[in-house]
Design a protein around this ligand. Structure first.
Ligand code: C2E
Ligand code: CA
Ligand code: CA
Ligand code: CA
Length: 276
């Protein structure tokens, strides 16, 4: 038994080493991957209660020639810790703005396009100037752009974050609070920062219909958003039961596999011409 214990210990240690090496490999592969154009954006529709598209969220994808498909949940945290996140974010901002200028802005009814920022981005010197310059370069309508940030993003450095939010509000962009309810949130931030939309995290949506308390929690978030005059979007909607619960109780925007998966731009265009 002692012998087995020892080999198991080595086995765990080996796995940790492999895990650690993979993180290093990912961190080192990001910059060359940007040069080789291995990243692309998928867009997931946000729909209203009737299922009509009202916006899209840009989600980054990486098909690495060395590592295969790497999900953002793997490489975004590594990019954040290794300082590579700013070049990824810049690429996302630029790519999304190009797609807005080429396509989204010219739809008969232009729709909002959201993109995700990291906590780190909010602390970047002159990041809002970069955003402004990209808007100018592609002649993007700033009112069509929404930035999704999580609560820890501004808890991290409230001064820098406030300045960033003021700058982008002045530009005319919108701010969405992502993963609402999952952090260490202090509700007071809801009144201190100009938030246009709250996203109910999919863990709450997943639990709709499980217990009376799970339902009550979602109802409370819907009620809170209404009273604050903040728009609400539920993410991770997968079933008709979740959809009708949300719709009946007045959650006006939804996102999830029930409606559409995140799609590359060309596939999204095809999807939009189907649902139109
Ligand atoms: P998030 O912003 O909370 O995005 C929602 C995630 O839920 C996405 O995963 C989306 O594909 C997935 N999802 C959408 N509908 C459903 C559904 O019905 N069921 C389930 N189970 N999942 C659904 P994804 O694309 O893998 O992204 C994971 C996270 O990575 C994002 O969470 C976001 O935090 C981060 N991320 C993605 N793209 C970017 C980016 O361009 N920049 C930054 N900084 N972070 C990004
Ligand atoms: Ca998001
Ligand atoms: Ca989320
Ligand atoms: Ca999330």
């Amino acid at each position: 038994a002692k012998k087995e214990g020892k080999s198991r210990y080595c086995f765990f240690q080996e796995n940790m080493l492999i895990e650690h090496q993979r993180k290093i490999d990912i961190a080192n592969a990001i910059e060359p991957a940007l040069e080789r154009n291995e990243f692309y954006i998928c867009y997931q529709p946000k729909v209203n209660g009737d299922g009509h598209p009202r916006g899209v969220e840009a989600l980054i994808r990486w098909e690495s020639s060395v590592l295969g498909m790497v999900p953002p949940s793997d490489f975004i945290p590594i990019a954040e810790r290794s300082g590579k996140i700013s070049m990824l974010t810049d690429w996302v901002v630029e790519t999304v703005c190009r797609d807005v200028a080429d396509y989204f802005q010219h739809l008969p009814e232009p729709i909002l396009v959201s993109l995700n920022l990291s906590a780190y981005d909010l602390k970047r010197y002159q990041f809002s100037d970069f955003i402004r310059s990209v808007f100018n370069k592609y002649e993007v309508r700033p009112d069509l752009i929404e930035f999704e940030v999580t609560e820890h993003a501004y808890l991290d450095n409230l001064d820098m974050a406030s300045r960033f939010f003021n700058d982008i509000s002045e530009l005319g962009c919108r701010v969405a609070l992502d993963d609402f309810g999952t952090g260490y949130s202090s509700l007071s931030y809801l009144t201190r920062i100009p938030i246009d939309l709250i996203k109910i995290d999919k863990q709450f949506v997943e639990n709709i219909g499980l217990t009376a308390r799970d339902d009550a929690l979602v109802l409370t978030i819907i009620e809170m958003a209404k009273r604050l005059g903040i728009e609400l979007c539920a993410e991770g909607v997968e079933t008709q039961a979740q959809r009708s619960f949300l719709k009946i109780h007045g959650c006006n925007l939804m996102q999830g596999y029930l409606f559409a998966r995140p799609l590359p731009l060309e596939a999204l265009k095809a999807h939009f011409s189907d649902v139109a």
